[in-house]
Design a binder for this molecule. Structure first.
Ligand SMILES: Nc1ncnc2c1ncn2[C@@H]1O[C@H](COP(=O)(O)OP(=O)(O)OP(=O)(O)O)[C@@H](O)[C@H]1O
Ligand SMILES: [Mg+2]
Length: 428
């Protein structure tokens, strides 16, 4: 009996010891886990704090560089775009947290300088070899010195090893695009406002071509590059960017030329030498979209109206310009202006660059200060027949319609008919 008791007590003693050891081990593991968790939390808090300090530092250094508003204005007056570091841009944009949109060159973010100035920061994705880097700096100089009420202002740039960016003035109402095409803002603007936007845009381009110190061809005029202030004053964006290297394929024509399909002049998508008249062509395409408040090429329309510019020409040729105005829902009060816009658009998109008016003539015609000669057919080249459209462009046979010519008329355009497939490229 006493042996049995001894065995039982020794077994239960051993069991108690084993349980105690297990409990102690578990406690130790739990403590270790808690300690690890605490250390992790402390480390996370420290990193957060460090990041905040870094952002604050960057803010401070922007503050130091930019200083008070007066100093900032002095920089502007001395015509020097400011150079930002990538840390400063990260601070201005709150770590690139608010995206405004994206395009062929990269993504655009909203930002605010420490003096309260609202900016749009375009972070460039283009690949830059040494030659392009030099061109970049040269272009920054030109763009930064080019101011006009109808041009988007460049405040500064970033040229760090890992970040290349442009800092522009911020335009509250975004691009014209959203007021023309389907979406909640379509129809928000009266047609008269759209007309004023067209005139302002034409003045901005006129300045680039004819008035500023260093003449600039834009190469990419389109509604997305016409930005609007809070009171819908238009400003042309992205001038001077054409030489900054290759953009993403979505923005290139299939032929590898420059510009955006649908707006790019024939000489651009045929990769022929181009002049400022390619901007006149693209502006004409924008005028058609303003007239119709629609995309020029729209498969949702009736077949005859799929490509709006051609439909407008057909109506015009048949003496039925009123039809265009009424289909576009433009009221009687704006009829005269709309008809003028229609004719100017038809002149701007002439196949021969020399037949297109200059931008100063465009402004005067749109403002009713210059008589508009009846336009000739801009679409000969897509209407069948022999001949290649590129030889038509390079030949000197076309009738020239310079600014002064516009008042004379030019009914016999010597353009030979087209390579039919041109239209496929053009209306993409
Ligand atoms: N300065 C700005 N102020 C306000 N919004 C802007 C500004 N710049 C650009 N945006 C917005 O960002 C969008 C994208 O601009 P981005 O220039 O990158 O593309 P895109 O104009 O469509 O094409 P592209 O690269 O051919 O110019 C614009 O449509 C516009 O809504
Ligand atoms: Mg743009």
């Amino acid at each position: 009996m006493s042996t049995a008791v001894a065995i039982i007590s020794s077994v239960s003693g051993t069991a108690a010891v084993v349980v105690m050891i297990a409990l102690i081990k578990r406690c130790l593991r739990f403590r270790k886990k808690m300690k690890k968790k605490m250390l992790h939390r402390i480390a996370k808090e420290a990193t957060e704090h460090h990041r905040k300090l870094e952002a604050q530092d960057a803010m401070d250094s922007v503050m130091i560089e930019i200083g008070p508003v007066e100093k900032f204005l002095n920089e502007i007056l001395s015509e020097k775009p400011m150079r930002f570091t990538s840390e400063q841009l990260a601070a201005c944009t709150r770590c690139y947290s608010s995206e405004l949109g994206s395009g062929g060159f990269g993504v655009v973010y909203r930002g605010e300088l420490p003096n309260g100035l609202q900016v749009a920061v375009k972070v460039l994705k283009v690949s830059m070899n040494k030659k392009v880097q030099e061109a970049f700096m040269a272009e920054i100089g030109t763009i930064g010195r080019t101011y006009h009420v109808h041009l988007v202002r460049l405040y500064g740039f970033c040229f760090d090893a890992d970040t290349k960016a442009l800092v522009y003035e911020f335009l509250e109402n975004g691009s014209l695009e959203k007021y023309l095409y389907d979406g909640e803002d379509r129809g928000r603007l009266e047609w008269r406002t759209l007309h004023d936007i067209a005139v302002g845009t034409a003045k901005g381009i006129r300045y680039l071509h004819e008035e500023c110190q260093q003449r600039i061809v834009h190469y990419d005029i389109k509604p997305a590059n016409i930005l609007l202030t809070a009171d819908f004053t238009p400003k042309v964006a992205d001038f001077g960017l054409a030489r900054l290297g290759e953009r993403e394929n979505t923005h290139m024509s299939l032929t590898g030329g420059r510009g955006t399909p649908g707006y790019a002049a024939p000489e651009l998508w045929m990769a022929l030498p181009a002049t400022e008249k390619c901007d006149v062509y693209s502006f004409g395409m924008v005028l058609f979209e303003i007239l119709g408040r629609r995309r020029n090429y729209d498969l949702a329309q009736a077949e005859s109206q799929e490509w709006f510019p051609k439909w407008v020409w057909d109506r015009y040729e048949q003496g039925d310009i009123e039809c265009v105005v009424s289909v576009a829902g433009i009221g009687e009060a704006d009829r005269v202006k709309a008809e003028m816009m229609c004719k100017v658009a038809l002149w701007c998109v002439q196949f021969q660059p020399s037949a297109r008016p200059t931008m100063s003539s465009v402004v005067r015609m749109l403002e009713g200060e210059m008589a508009i000669v009846p336009p000739v057919n801009p679409f000969h080249y897509i209407m069948g027949g022999g001949g290649s459209s590129s030889s038509m462009l390079t030949s000197s046979g076309g009738t020239t319609l310079s600014s002064s010519d516009t008042t004379r008329g030019s009914s016999e355009m010597a353009v030979s008919p087209p390579a039919k497939k041109s239209i496929d490229v053009m209306v993409e």
